[in-house]
Write a protein that binds this ligand. Sequence first.
Ligand SMILES: Nc1ncnc2c1ncn2[C@@H]1O[C@H](COP(=O)(O)OP(=O)(O)OP(=O)(O)O)[C@@H](O)[C@H]1O
Ligand SMILES: [Mg+2]
Length: 357
Amino acid sequence: VSYIKKLKFSNFRNLSNINVDFKNNFVCFYGKNAQGKTNILESIFLLANLKSFRSSNTIDFLKRGSEFSKVEAVLEDNISKYSVCFNLDKNGKRTFFLDNKKLKSIKNIINRLMIVSYTPDTYNLIIGEDSKRRKFLDKIIFSLDSKYLEELINYNKVLKNRNVSLKEGKNFHIWDDLLIKYALIISSKRFKIVEIIKKDLKRLYKKFFENSSIDIVYKPSLGFTKIEALSKLKKQNKKDKIYGFSSLGIHRDKIEILVNKQEAKREISTGQAKLISFILKILKIEKIREFSGKNPIFIYDDVNVFLDESRLFKLLEIIKEKDIQIIASSVDNSLFKSLFSDSVQLITVSEGSLINE
Ligand SMILES: Nc1ncnc2c1ncn2[C@@H]1O[C@H](COP(=O)(O)OP(=O)(O)OP(=O)(O)O)[C@@H](O)[C@H]1O
Ligand SMILES: [Mg+2]
């Protein structure tokens, strides 16, 4: 069980010098638009994932006009207290520290701090490309299966070799067996996790939409058996040669969300998509906990931009029951005051500075 106890910033985006103590496991940064709320949440995400949820350009983190940028979090779990820190200089050089010791490999910091985030564009998980849903499933599988990452890497290597052979007009069939071997391993794991999630997705969805049904269906591009996979690959040979690319494989797997038996992304409303994607994030928290025994921290940017009060309350109650740390941002604080007056620590963000309430 990890909790952030303290957060420090220097020159991170519009935040100059901030030092904040979290007195509660439910913290909400509140403030008007463009004050720095999302920047704060982004910095926490960065400490855990070594990248941002919005910008891929590291140098963007540096407060304009400053020489360096620094973010540090002090964390506490059942047995220890430790700190993770990110430094960035004006040349774009990033350094990570664990307990003030410079990390040689960033692998050492990954998994120390696990974050599940919900941001305003998370609903793309429902209405966006299948790749988004594949990534979502894969991340859950990582937390229960230590071999899975390697299997995905191996698959991608074989795929790359096969594609090179296709492009160069060489014999690409020599890669078929391996491609299928890894594809089938990965498909069976993806299938299993979808079956596990399915029940919980239905259960949670019913709490919000009583008269509607939901399902999640996994459709592996190569099927489930070697015979099926071989014949599918064969049918595609001509096309693949023309395009110089393997058009089938787990990189093309479909994961469909069905609402009232219709493919969700084709017909649901934005609000529905947001709620379903939120439920998927809750399931991610549940599964990570169940499988890895670790408690992720939940980051929730822009609370209440799509739900009515009773639904939002229900949603927050569901996450709060999980007994994890929730770090949220909102442009509205009255709601928090009325719903969670005793249990939320409200911190006002104004022009890159903080005011504790
Ligand atoms: N590198 C940077 N240097 C200085 N300021 C920056 C930098 N990057 C972003 N900002 C500024 O930080 C401000 C706050 O951004 P942020 O996304 O945190 O706002 P917010 O409080 O979440 O607002 P909203 O309610 O609109 O989502 C923005 O106005 C942006 O211009
Ligand atoms: Mg914001």
